[in-house]
Ligand binder design. Structure first.
Ligand code: DQA
Length: 148
């Protein structure tokens, strides 16, 4: 089972960025943990990060026909305003899980809005790196249910 884990803009700065919100793990360390859990769950995980909206949209488009069984996405600030990312995700038929390291609902008002929330299967936020791991478990389970 192929799972695509997408990280949006500024997330390459995890480890250096606002540790009170995001902890100290780097994106490479997060990806290592996600890959390790993927192996445990019997899934092949591809992780991708970009700061460019068009590049993210194009990677999402590929997921339409490359056998991706589910997507886990932390869209960073795009979550709050990018109809382009939303429209691209909405084209996909597979389950999508939205994740955030921080509890976006306990932060500034603009972070309380997700333009993705009604097209994703669910949102997991506030658990740091664990948000990704829970998101991956949810994605594998949703994809397996879809196959049954
Ligand atoms: C984030 C939360 C967003 O509001 C923010 O813009 C980010 C990271 C998170 O993982 O908590 O870049 O998605």
């Amino acid at each position: 089972m192929k799972i695509l884990v997408l990280h949006g803009l500024n997330l390459n700065m995890f480890g250096k960025r606002d540790p009170a919100q995001y902890g100290t793990a780097t994106l490479a360390q997060i990806d290592d943990q996600v890959q390790a859990l993927g192996r445990e769950l019997g899934a092949t995980v591809e992780c991708m990060q970009t700061n460019f909206e068009g590049a993210m949209v194009e990677r999402i488009h590929l997921a339409h026909s490359d056998g991706t069984a589910a997507v886990v996405i932390n869209a960073g600030a795009w979550t709050h305003y990018s109809y382009g990312i939303r429209d691209a995700l909405a084209i996909l038929k597979c389950p999508i899980v939205e994740v955030h390291m921080s509890n976006v609902h306990a932060r500034e008002a603009f972070r309380h809005v997700s333009v993705l929330s009604d097209i994703v299967r669910g949102q997991i936020c506030g658990f740091g790196v664990e948000s990704y791991l829970l998101g991956l478990r949810a994605a594998v389970s949703a994809a397996s249910a879809g196959k049954a």
